[in-house]
Structures are given as structure tokens and as C-alpha cells.
Design a protein around this ligand. Structure first.
Ligand SMILES: [Zn+2]
Length: 185
């Protein structure tokens, strides 16, 4: 009978243990269900995060490419601007040279500009038929309005009868007059 009691007691103990184990199993199953659901949620969240990360990567690459293109454009523009600045420097130097030439010309011409009223007076004022500085009129030796030209060989002196002078300029008559004056004295 003792053995039977012991066996019964052991059976009872085992039954209790079985019930406890069953309870534990149920709890564990519940926990596993909860954990599974949480795992699914986490997986979904990770997927969403992965998509966001991929989007961010794409946008970053796009921006990098855009920046690279912008940088190349800016470099080209800077090169063009440098060339323009160099050409402008060259033009400014040329213009400076021209300005110096113009200044020297102006300094050279200012001397004449100051006395321009004198030149105007000389050109406009009556100055013996001259039409300007250094202009000399051709002298008309023969009488223009006469029909025949009077040569000195055609002139005949009525005092001595020689040609070449009139009577009032006759040297023989002048000599005779002087001699008469001396005789009278
Ligand atoms: Zn004469």
C-alpha cells in the first residue's frame, strides 16, 4: 500500500507539473505570437526606412550630378570671363595709347588754337589784295586796258630824239639845265 500511495503522490506531482508546463507553454505561445507581430511590424518599418534611404540616395546622387554640372558650367563661365577681362585689358591699353596720342596732338594744336583769332584776322582782313598767308598776287606789268603794248623802245624823247625815255626824264636836258644854272650863278 505504501508503494501505491507513493505512486499516487508522484502521479499527482507529475500532473501538477504537467499542468504548470502546459500553462508555461500557453504563455510562451502567446508571447511568441506577440513577438511575431512585433517582428512583422519591425520588418515593415525597416522596409519603409530602406525605401526612404534609397530615395535619399537617389536624390543625393542627382544633386551631386547637378552640382558637378553646375561646377563645370561655372568653371567654363569663369574662363570666358577671364578671357573677356584680358581682352578688355588689351583694349584699354590700346585706348590709353590712343588717348596719349590725342593729348599730344591737342597740346601741339593748342598753340595754333590760341592764335587762331590772329589767323582769322589775317585771312579775313584786307591786306593789300593778298588772300592769305604767303599769297602773292601776280603783278600786271603792262597796262591791261590799252589796246597796244607800250615798249620802252617805242618811246621817243622830244628833246634829244633818242628812244627809251620821255622828255621830262631826258638826261641830256637835265645836264644842260644844271650847266645853265651854274652859268647863271
Ligand atoms: Zn632825251
Amino acid at each position: 500500500m505504501d508503494e501505491c500511495d507513493s505512486i499516487n503522490s508522484e502521479n499527482c506531482m507529475l500532473k501538477d507539473a504537467c499542468s504548470k508546463l502546459e500553462m508555461d507553454i500557453r504563455e510562451l505561445e502567446h508571447e511568441t505570437k506577440i513577438l511575431k507581430s512585433e517582428k512583422i511590424d519591425v520588418e515593415k518599418k525597416t522596409l519603409v526606412l530602406c525605401e526612404d534611404l534609397n530615395k535619399l540616395k537617389d536624390t543625393l546622387t542627382m544633386k551631386e550630378e547637378a552640382f558637378a554640372t553646375d561646377i563645370t558650367k561655372l568653371e567654363n563661365e569663369s574662363l570666358e570671363l577671364k578671357q573677356k577681362v584680358e581682352s578688355l585689358h588689351v583694349e584699354s591699353s590700346k585706348l590709353l595709347v590712343k588717348l596719349k596720342q590725342v593729348e599730344s596732338d591737342l597740346n601741339a594744336n593748342r598753340h595754333w588754337n590760341r592764335s587762331s583769332h590772329v589767323l582769322n584776322w589775317l585771312n579775313t582782313h584786307y591786306n593789300r589784295g593778298k588772300r592769305g598767308l604767303g599769297f602773292v598776287t601776280n603783278r600786271t606789268v603792262y597796262p591791261v586796258n590799252r589796246k597796244y603794248v607800250g615798249l620802252p623802245e617805242n618811246i621817243v624823247c622830244f628833246h634829244c630824239g633818242k628812244t627809251g625815255h620821255y622828255r621830262y626824264a631826258c638826261p641830256i636836258k637835265r645836264y644842260a639845265m644844271e650847266r645853265n644854272l651854274v652859268y647863271v650863278k
